[in-house]
Design a protein around this ligand. Structure first.
Ligand code: DX5
Ligand code: ZN
Length: 204
């Protein structure tokens, strides 16, 4: 006969811990994970800041553009040879190109992308190992932020991983102006207060 396929819908999971949630459901006996693929663009005019933690970002440019992404940030570690073509494609698809670097990647690797003929418009400095939310902020990454801010006074510099009320001052002092915050915002009883506090730290 037909075997049961129990498929918990990931739309109801804790999005800040997707990997852990997937593992939890499989460990608890689920057969499938149900994924609802849909465009957030239909429901908001907000700037959609998309961080692609994939090995072949080029494959996603067209679809991300069509789906309404605003920013398209790829990882330098997977784009060493073709970043110029990638940046051009992102721009012609109507998105703002950004480059991300993992904690182990030296900051010098992104300098050519900021200075290129078709430059990236944002650098995302990972302050945790990419993978999941709720990890501990790595303060040593602030050297990278400082180096970037010193060279590029008007560049958008984004920090991602472990940002919240206790780590924002270090990031803001180093020169970061775009602050990704997952668990500290969504896990707060008053997310609006956390958002205001993060903004105030960057502004001062
Ligand atoms: C990590 C992701 C982050 C993460 C941030 O791989 O790039 O955006 O979800 O979550 P918090 O703010 O909880 O560290
Ligand atoms: Zn991210």
């Amino acid at each position: 006969g037909v075997s049961p396929k129990i498929a918990p819908s990931m739309l109801s999971s804790d999005f800040a811990n997707l990997a852990a949630e997937a593992k939890r459901m499989i460990d608890l006996g689920a057969n499938w994970l149900h994924m609802d693929i849909m465009s957030l663009r239909k429901h908001t005019n907000a700037y959609l800041d998309c961080h692609l933690m994939v090995t072949n970002p080029m494959d996603y440019v067209e679809q991300m553009g069509k789906a309404g992404a605003s920013g398209f940030t790829f990882h330098i570690e997977v784009a060493q040879d073709n970043w110029q073509e990638l940046v051009r494609k992102i721009k012609s698809a109507g998105m703002r190109p950004g480059v991300a670097l993992k904690p182990g990647t030296p900051v010098e690797q992104v300098f050519p992308l900021v200075e290129g003929a078709t430059p990236v418009e944002m650098v995302l400095v990972m302050t945790v190992e990419p993978g999941f939310g709720g990890q501990k902020f790595m303060p040593t990454m602030m050297d990278k932020v400082q180096a970037l801010r010193q060279k590029y006074p008007t560049l958008d510099i984004e920090v991602d991983g472990g940002l919240g009320p206790s780590t924002i001052d270090a990031a803001a002092a180093a020169g970061a102006n775009c602050i990704v915050a997952g668990s500290s915002v969504f896990g707060a009883p008053e997310p609006g207060n956390v958002i205001s506090l993060l903004r105030a730290s960057v502004e001062k």
